[in-house]
Design a protein around this ligand. Structure first.
Ligand SMILES: Cc1cc2nc3c(=O)[nH]c(=O)nc-3n(C[C@H](O)[C@H](O)[C@H](O)COP(=O)(O)OP(=O)(O)OC[C@H]3O[C@@H](n4cnc5c(N)ncnc54)[C@H](O)[C@@H]3O)c2cc1C
Length: 408
């Protein structure tokens, strides 16, 4: 990207701080509307979390109907509906295709770029922004923002005041802080009296104090299980980690676990280790197994459990011998979750700028001409493409809003 601002001082100047997906799409809208745009980011390169997301295939959005799509944002579906309605999952797919990355719908309904990677899409996007005249300033950390000005700390440790006509902040949440978004902005905006719901891990692992024998299975997957916590349930896979459970199925119920821990200090995670077989059928299989068979053999042969799944059934308490009770244990092994894994490894963060602080067009009510977008706003969603969709949709909305503010 060019390192010098485009030479047209007559055009209004928009500063976008945070070069993740939300900030970059805001920058695109602003430059296309006719603003001079500079993207500032504290890291040595842009969109590091977007690139990391590409390692898992880059799940861009989901193909389900918009009503069920929006329901994944829970109580924040209302405030997000306008932005997602104006930049729909179809719009996101068209945007990606326009950058040369066609998308496809996977068997689960999730949408991915054809290359299954983030890097080709990001490269094409940055080339496009460069061609449109967007300037990027890296290793520039936001230290303060006021209507009409930013204070940036440069790589040399110098403080620089940047006068601008409009600002879009897209500073992310606080998961994987080493990728750039470290939640430091909560202090900057909090000091200005802006209400912020504390950032907390979302789509994160569950911490469980395993017994010594269970630790032997660290790294082993639990395939095709159903997890239940509170009102949420998810079928899929998770992985036994030394400190608990990680993986998609746990992430899907992690919000319920987090809320139960906040309310009661601990949470119950219920695991069905054989979701395809009814409890009655399992009990019959156990019943008809050879008399005198060990419990280990009953779990392995009659119940069809892997060694790791069998160990997990034992972890939920002493194994009963009676067929109905053993079948119930396999269908409902309940574990105590003491805490959620921290923000450092969570996929995303819950919390952020409270909605009551955000006016129409994603402008901050207390800071005229300062717009916000992406994960730094108080919403959360499960994995499945809902995160990227909301980041891009709010980024587009903030970019359009900022352009309107500039009367472009
Ligand atoms: C392992 C992993 C896999 C994921 N996979 C998916 C997926 O497949 N699908 C999906 O939908 N979502 C996925 N996500 C989530 C998704 O990547 C994020 O929700 C999304 O990147 C958030 O976008 P954002 O633009 O709001 O913030 P970010 O992408 O976090 O960008 C914020 C930017 O702001 C910069 N910044 C922060 N503070 C400052 C400051 N003070 N000054 C200057 N710059 C600053 C940061 O350096 C960063 O570049 C994944 C996340 C992780 C961690």
């Amino acid at each position: 990207m060019t390192q010098t601002p485009p030479q047209d001082p007559a055009r209004p100047f928009a500063a976008v701080v945070g070069g993740g997906p939300a900030g970059l799409i805001a920058a695109q809208h602003l430059v296309q509307a006719g603003a001079r745009v500079v993207v500032f980011d504290r890291m040595p390169s842009l969109a590091r979390k977007f690139l990391l997301a590409g390692r898992g295939g880059l799940n861009l959005t989901h193909s389900e109907p918009i009503e069920t799509f929006l329901a994944h944002y829970g109580e924040q579906a209302g405030p997000l509906a306008g932005a997602i309605g104006a930049f729909t999952p179809q719009d996101l797919r068209a945007w990606s295709a326009e950058l040369g990355e066609e998308t496809f719908v996977g068997t689960s309904g999730r949408v991915f770029p054809a290359s299954f990677k983030a890097s080709p899409l990001l490269r094409a996007w940055l080339r496009r922004l460069d061609a449109l005249g967007v300037t990027v300033r890296l290793r520039c950390a936001l230290r303060d923002v006021t209507p009409g000005a930013l204070v940036i700390e440069t790589a040399q440790g110098e403080s620089e005041r940047v006068a601008c006509d409009v600002v879009v902040l897209a500073l992310g949440g606080a998961s994987w802080p080493r990728l750039g978004a470290d939640g430091g902005w909560t202090q900057t905006l909090g000091d200005k009296g802006i209400a912020i719901t504390p950032l907390a891990p979302a789509n994160s692992g569950a911490l469980i104090a395993w017994s010594q024998p269970m630790l032997r299975f660290a790294g082993a997957p639990l395939k095709n299980v159903t997890l239940r916590a509170g009102a949420r349930s998810a079928r899929g896979e998770c992985v036994i980690a030394r400190g608990g459970l990680e993986g998609g199925a746990v992430y899907a119920v992690s919000r319920s676990l987090r809320e139960e821990i906040a309310a009661q200090g601990r949470a119950r995670l219920r695991i069905d280790l054989r979701p395809d077989v009814s409890e009655a059928a399992l009990a019959l299989r156990i019943e008809s197994a050879r008399a005198g068979e060990s419990l280990a053999n009953l779990l392995r042969k009659a119940c069809g459990l892997s060694p790791a799944a069998a160990a997990l059934a034992r972890e939920a308490g002493p194994l009963p011998r009676e067929p109905e009770a053993l079948a119930r244990r396999v269908k409902d092994a309940t574990l105590d979750v003491g805490a959620m894994a921290g923000l450092a490894r969570a996929i995303s963060s819950a919390g952020g700028i409270a909605w009551e602080e955000i006016g129409p067009d994603f402008q901050l009510a207390k800071l005229s001409g300062v717009f916000v977008a992406g994960e730094m706003i108080d919403w959360e969603a499960p994995t499945g493409g809902y995160l990227m969709q909301a980041c891009l949709a709010t980024g587009a909305a903030a970019g359009r809003g900022a352009a309107r503010f500039l009367k472009l």
